[in-house]
Ligand binder design. Structure first.
Ligand code: SF4
Length: 423
């Protein structure tokens, strides 16, 4: 039977020759991930049922990223619970303190994700790892508890949407513009419980960081997962990160897709998602001049080194507007260090930004930049729901690092201009 990439990975992990959309399966897990927010609930669930062991301590990763360094006493207690659990279970992949990065950037970077693998994480943006040709999806804390204990989880095999990408991005247009444009086209439930499989002649020109950004936001269209085929871009990223053998999959030429969406990257413009849904997408230029209070550049969606380079390119020789607080959040320590080596952090500080340690921070209204009533924020994060970053009356405009940086400089929503020297 012909299968999509996702279906092939699920079939292999279920020990079946083939699967079809809608089928219920039990599948073996290659990795289970949880954070300081979701793991404590899973740990308590295991306690309720006297589950005193984990299936494989080396296949569990715990990342203290959401409210860490601990923002209050409850956050500190949650981290303490996770620390104790990791110690008791022999979980060495415990990321805390200065080793901690935002999970969806940290796991691929640290080599926890390989093509063809099956990963669950108690966080909805776990779909990010499909950028490396893995099946990865978000689950709840109770499924995390069961997964940690038995190393298996159940799935309903998703049908798939194919997204055919052609053309090339223009300057200051990238993965964020692509995924926002796609969500704008199909809506926040346009891919509900489906996998989104990317294909097309544009793939060699889509960087790995852009692929992470694109897969990260697939859940904002309701997708079960998103996945890119494994190619030279993937293999270059994986070199020196993943040494275990892995088994990439390809979709069968006659695999069944619910529909195909064609997107020519050359036609994409800088876009943003206005409050309060990621599907409320429009050209960034249509909101130009709207006053803003805060800009956030970072998070698991756009805290990669290439994102910081784009922002730095726009900031160079300019300053953040007096009325704006601009917060830069490199997603991991490795990215932070690389930005330091390249002089980007110094540039950001000198032009008036605050540079944060890696953390989820303001993305979910935790800390490091929570919004007050009626404040408006331009952010490279992935959700702009009511109250997501603070007060219910605050507003979030989701966009790319380029539009965010240009807006920080202008003090109002602005579209980046290509300078004469190509910058
Ligand atoms: Fe979730 Fe935001 Fe943290 Fe990403 S940065 S894991 S979206 S809270």
């Amino acid at each position: 039977m012909s299968m999509t990439m996702t279906q092939k990975i699920l079939a292999r992990h279920a020990g079946l020759e083939s699967v079809q959309a809608g089928q219920l399966i039990n599948a073996r897990l290659d990795l289970v991930m949880g954070s300081d927010v979701t793991a404590p609930i899973a740990i308590q669930e295991m306690g309720k049922y006297n589950l005193c062991s984990v299936f494989d301590p080396d296949k569990i990763v715990l990342v203290m990223d959401h409210f860490a360094p601990s923002k209050d006493i409850q956050a500190a207690k949650n981290c303490a619970l996770c620390r104790d659990f990791a110690k008791r279970m022999g979980i060495r992949n415990f990321y805390d303190g200065g080793r901690m990065g935002i999970e969806h950037a940290l796991l691929p970077e640290q080599g926890f994700v390989a093509p063809g693998e099956l990963i669950i994480g108690a966080d909805s943006h776990t779909c990010t790892y499909g950028a490396l040709g893995a099946f990865s999806t978000g689950i709840g804390s109770t499924d995390m508890a069961a997964g940690m204990f038995c190393g298996e989880s159940w799935f309903k095999v998703p049908a798939a949407i194919r997204v055919n990408l052609t053309g090339r991005f223009q300057k200051f247009v990238g993965g964020k513009d692509l995924i926002l444009s796609l969500i704008g086209m199909i809506g926040v439930d346009g891919a509900r419980y489906k996998s989104i499989e990317f294909t097309g002649s544009a793939l060699p020109d889509i960087s790995i960081d852009d692929r992470f950004t694109i897969c990260n936001m697939a859940i904002e269209a309701g997708a079960k997962n998103a996945i890119f085929p494994v190619d030279e871009v993937t293999l270059t990223y994986l070199k020196n990160r993943v040494t275990r053998s892995c088994a990439p999959v390809e979709a069968d030429p006659d695999a069944d897709y619910v529909c195909t969406v064609d997107i020519n990257l050359s036609t994409l413009k800088p876009v943003l998602a206005a409050p309060h849904l990621p599907s409320n997408v429009r050209e960034a230029g249509s909101c130009a001049g709207l006053p803003i209070d805060q800009v956030v550049i970072g998070c698991c969606t756009n805290g990669h080194i290439t994102d910081l380079r784009v922002a730095a390119e726009i900031f160079r020789g300019r300053r953040v507007a007096q009325n704006v607080r601009c917060i830069i959040i490199p997603a991991t320590p490795e990215i932070y260090l690389q930005a330091m080596r390249e002089g980007l952090l110094e540039l950001f500080v000198k032009c008036g930004c605050t540079v944060s340690m890696p953390t989820c921070g303001p993305c979910n209204g935790g800390h490091v930049g929570v919004l007050a009533d009626h404040e408006r924020c331009v952010s490279t994060t992935n959700r702009n729901f009511v109250g997501r970053m603070g007060a219910k009356s605050s507003e979030i405009y989701l966009t790319s690092p380029a539009v965010a940086a240009a807006s920080a400089v202008a003090g109002v929503i602005a579209v980046p201009e290509v300078r004469e020297n190509g910058r």
